[in-house]
Design a protein around this ligand. Structure first.
Ligand code: HEM
Length: 204
């Protein structure tokens, strides 16, 4: 690789790979501590794996997966897909689109649809245990040939980081207020960050 290519690869990893996943983990820590019953359920699920669980077994945990999915549903870090450009005239849901038109999938609005996600403003991981969503209904990583290349890594990282923090430390939200999402360029994250207090090590 030349210097320019190396530079571009590193910037992509930092922006597309680090910022996104770190923001998703921050949101997950926020929701899990906002609703202590969710934290308890996660801890008992983790506990059933015994001491020093295999990372691949952590990855497969159903409730942990549901919590990560619900985190990416309610405030998808990337709220729109990258644009697709129309090459030939096409009709899409009654709209006639001409060549050159740019089309963006709005992940946020889809994830807020009341018919798909009743009470969409409520953080409820159980919806992902009760129902299987299609790639047109739930797509935090976009879709098709240009979907996120880092999806598997991001989900793996998110689950392992969350499980490791919860299993080892007792944390509390520093403030009890609702944290609102804030747009940062093409991503959305918690306005002002998620401030937490470390209360000690997790017992057992
Ligand atoms: C929670 C974490 C992440 C989220 C929510 C996320 C979300 C997305 C979304 C929505 C897209 C656009 C896909 C489309 O238009 O269909 C995308 C593209 C992309 N993501 Fe991620 N991403 C995450 C983590 C990562 C990681 C860890 C990496 C790399 C290690 C990464 C690398 C990329 C790259 C290179 C693209 C452009 C793909 C292309 O245009 O072919 N992302 N991501």
């Amino acid at each position: 690789m030349g210097n320019q290519e190396l530079h571009d690869e590193l910037v992509t990893l930092l922006f597309a790979g680090h910022e996104t996943t770190a923001t998703a983990v921050s949101w997950a820590l926020y929701w899990v501590h906002k609703q202590p019953e969710i934290r308890e359920k996660l801890l008992s699920e983790l506990d059933r794996l015994g001491e020093l669980p295999e990372p691949t077994n952590i990855f497969k945990l159903p409730y942990l997966t549901a919590v990560c999915n619900e985190t990416l549903r309610i405030y998808p870090v990337a709220y729109i897909t990258t644009p697709r450009e129309v090459k030939q005239p096409v009709e899409l849901m009654g709209y006639q689109l001409e060549p050159g038109t740019r089309v963006y999938g709005c992940i946020y609005l889809t994830h807020q649809r009341e018919d798909l996600y009743p009470n969409p403003k409520e953080f409820k991981p159980e919806r992902f245990l009760e129902r299987q969503y299609t790639p047109y209904e739930f797509f935090p990583f976009g879709g098709g040939a240009r979907r996120c290349i880092g999806e598997a890594l991001a989900m793996f990282e998110m689950k392992l980081v969350l499980a490791t923090i919860l299993a080892n430390y007792q944390l509390e939200l520093a403030e009890n207020q609702l944290i609102k999402p804030q747009r940062r360029g093409v991503t959305i994250g918690p306005a002002g960050g998620v401030k937490m207090v470390l209360k000690g090590r997790q017992q057992n």
